[in-house]
Design a binder for this molecule. Structure first.
Ligand code: GCU
Length: 645
């Protein structure tokens, strides 16, 4: 039985080995010596031996050559099938490793071998782990941290290598090891030696380690009186500390910083700006070639404001003030990883600052580990969104120089809790490499490598994945509703949440339901958040009559009996969507039933169980939200009450 541990790297015996008789097991490294190249060799042999057997008896088989080709930019690769050899070319060792995994993927999917050149579109492709010193994971739903801090650095869990392989196989080349709500302890010798041990494993797979840091470390660890970024002693402290970090890890990637956000310390405590804080660290790290990734996830409590605008208002004026080695990391949407958000208005608005895009792969607001939610569709929606910053076609994808995903991995045997969430890790990497890939293509790849090659089942599972995002939106936050989840349980409903420590942490702040209607007016007559976008973008969302229904309540307060483009009134459409969402979960259950026998039984049962939980949760969302909103609309629900068994 298969418990999902091997992810998409199963390398089980191929059903069509005859297709690949031309592939020899002899690998010739003409690229040159490198640890990553050794890994590439090992991975290639491991994959080939698994899928095709150890022997290659065909007299005409061709050797596989690793070759240097300076014309292949960055970490890209070229696979060339020639009459006398199979050549994998790159200008950097990582490129050879990625070429190897791409070559193996062809066999894994039983494709005919073909030549292929592929250059990553985004250079820095990173996972952010929100892992804590005590082994818990903030918003992690797949067990505890993979990093066994207590056992490190002496004991190296083989799973670190498995983790690194999985990342390398999809082109991820950086990981931030610890939570952005960072403990200063990670910068102590005690923890640095542990982090170094991980870095030593990841290096072999071309992965650089980053650390999230606590901005108050000079006070906490250095016992200084201040952490003011303009204080000479503080600056010196960071320089010394950074030097120390590089003594442990000469190829250390850099720092990731959450500052002045949700109670985390930062430069504003001293009347300084985000740029002051980031530049201080940038100066300390630049002699070593490292980067500072400064997060833009900030929102000061403002009962009369609109959280939508906070990050924009704080960061846009700083454009041009950040040092060269600073990247500002912006979440995909303006609020917080909701099932659907319009793209963040900072994209395209900071032409002088390299921007990073942050997605959350772990399903904090997307159904925990019990809901099927294929995020590729969500990722693509943001990546493909047009900012119009330099005219039509200025997509978010083109505006960024790095991409980060908050990891969904943990100590569960299948890594991600919900087996199907492995597809989200996979899709994140594939899109980070090439955002032009389609979600359908990625779903097919993943399914064939992870679950089944049965054609009908592949099609069924691809359809399930493709429908799953809209299904989740339908039964949780249809028509542009957002942030109406529970205060503590972020994947359950609490639209009635009226009181919280912060005004912008209630639900009523966002849905604005009243006797007249529903939704957040963000036009000029409301919070004017819409005006943060380029005029061409504003046009799409300015008029409720022409706003895509997906985004309607993000920008408009709409009357309950307003007729929508669907032909239904707002109230009826809302009911329709919530009911449809639950029906769609039923359909997912039926679809899954139809793949029985073509996927591993253990996996089949596990996913089946989670879909049943999802159905229970979906019904709960629907009933909670509709019965609550009904207290404002005072209109009947035009559907039959569900039969409870
Ligand atoms: C969300 C999440 C927090 C996290 C924060 C962040 O608000 O609930 O747990 O710390 O995002 O991205 O910093």
């Amino acid at each position: 039985a298969d418990d999902g541990y091997r992810l998409w790297l199963k390398y089980d015996k191929s059903a069509q080995p005859q297709k690949y008789v031309s592939v020899s097991r002899k690998i010739v490294n003409n690229f040159g010596p490198s640890e990553v190249i050794q890994t590439a060799e090992k991975e290639l042999l491991n994959g080939l031996n698994g899928m095709l057997g150890k022997d290659n008896s065909s007299p005409n088989s061709k050797n596989i050559l690793f070759e240097k080709n300076p014309a292949i930019a960055n970490q890209g690769f070229k696979i060339e099938l020639l009459s006398n050899k199979i050549s994998i070319q790159a200008s950097e060792p990582n490129g050879i490793l990625y070429g190897v995994f791409a070559f193996l993927r062809q066999i894994q999917q039983e494709e005919n071998l073909h030549s292929k050149t592929s250059i990553p579109k985004i250079q820095l492709r990173m996972l952010n782990h929100w892992d804590n010193v005590l082994g818990t994971i903030e918003r992690g739903y797949a067990g505890s941290s993979l990093w066994k801090w207590y056992e490190l650095p002496e004991t190296i869990d083989p799973r670190y290598t498995e983790y690194a392989r999985a990342n390398a196989s999809i082109g991820i080349n950086a990981v931030a090891i610890n939570n952005v709500n960072a403990s200063a302890r990670f910068l102590t010798p005690e923890y640095l030696s542990k982090v170094k041990a991980l870095a030593d494993v990841f290096r072999k797979y071309g992965i650089k380690v980053y650390l999230s840091l606590n901005f108050a470390s000079p006070k906490i660890l250095g016992k200084l009186k201040t952490s003011d970024p303009l204080d000479p002693q503080v600056r010196q402290w960071w320089k010394d500390k950074t030097k120390e970090v590089y003594q442990y890890m000469p190829d250390f990637g850099g720092f990731l910083v959450k500052a002045n956000s949700e109670g985390e310390p930062g430069p504003q405590e001293y009347g300084r700006t985000h740029a002051d804080g980031a530049n201080m660290l940038a100066e300390a790290i630049s002699p070593f070639g490292g980067k500072v990734i400064w997060r833009a996830f900030v929102y000061s409590p403002n009962p009369n404001g609109d959280r939508f605008k906070e990050a924009f208002n704080e960061f846009k004026p700083l454009d041009g003030q950040f040092a060269k080695n600073v990247i500002v990391q912006v979440k995909n949407g303006p609020i917080d990883f909701q099932p659907r958000e319009p793209f963040h208005p900072l994209f395209g608005a900071m032409p002088k600052t390299p921007l990073g895009l942050e997605f959350q792969i772990t399903q904090e607001y997307l159904g925990f580990s019990t809901n099927l939610f294929y995020q590729s569709v969500l990722f693509k929606e943001t990546l493909d969104a047009d900012t119009y910053s330099k005219g039509k076609g200025s997509t978010v994808a083109k505006e960024i120089s790095m991409i980060a995903g908050v990891a969904n991995t943990g100590s569960d045997r299948n890594w991600t809790g919900h087996l199907m969430s492995q597809a989200n890790w996979y899709a994140f990497g594939r899109l980070a490499w090439d955002y032009e890939l389609s979600s359908e293509k990625i779903a097919q790849e993943w399914t064939k490598m992870s679950l089944t090659k049965n054609e009908k089942s592949v099609q069924t599972i691809e359809n399930m994945l493709m429908k799953s995002r809209e299904t989740y939106v339908n039964f949780t936050t249809p028509l542009g509703l957002h942030h109406i989840m529970g205060q503590s349980i972020h994947w359950g409903p609490e639209p009635w949440l009226t009181r919280s420590q912060r005004p912008d942490w209630t639900s009523i702040y966002y849905h604005r339901a009243d006797s007249l209607g529903l939704g957040f007016n963000r036009k000029e007559s409301g919070s004017a958040a819409l005006s943060l976008y380029h005029p061409e973008v504003q046009k799409q969302w300015a008029d409720p009559k022409t706003t895509d229904l997906k985004f309607l309540l993000w920008f408009h307060h709409v009357a309950w009996n307003e007729k929508l483009s669907s032909g239904r009134t707002l109230w009826n459409e809302l009911c329709f969507r919530y009911y449809t969402g639950v029906e769609e979960v039923r359909q997912l259950q039926k679809d899954w039933e139809s793949v029985k026998g073509t996927v591993d039984e253990e996996i089949f049962n596990d996913v089946k169980g989670r879909l049943a939980v999802q159905h229970r949760e979906a019904s709960n969302w629907r009933d909670a939200c509709l019965l609550y909103f009904q207290t404002f609309s005072k209109m009947p629900i035009p559907y039959e009450a569900p039969k409870r068994s």
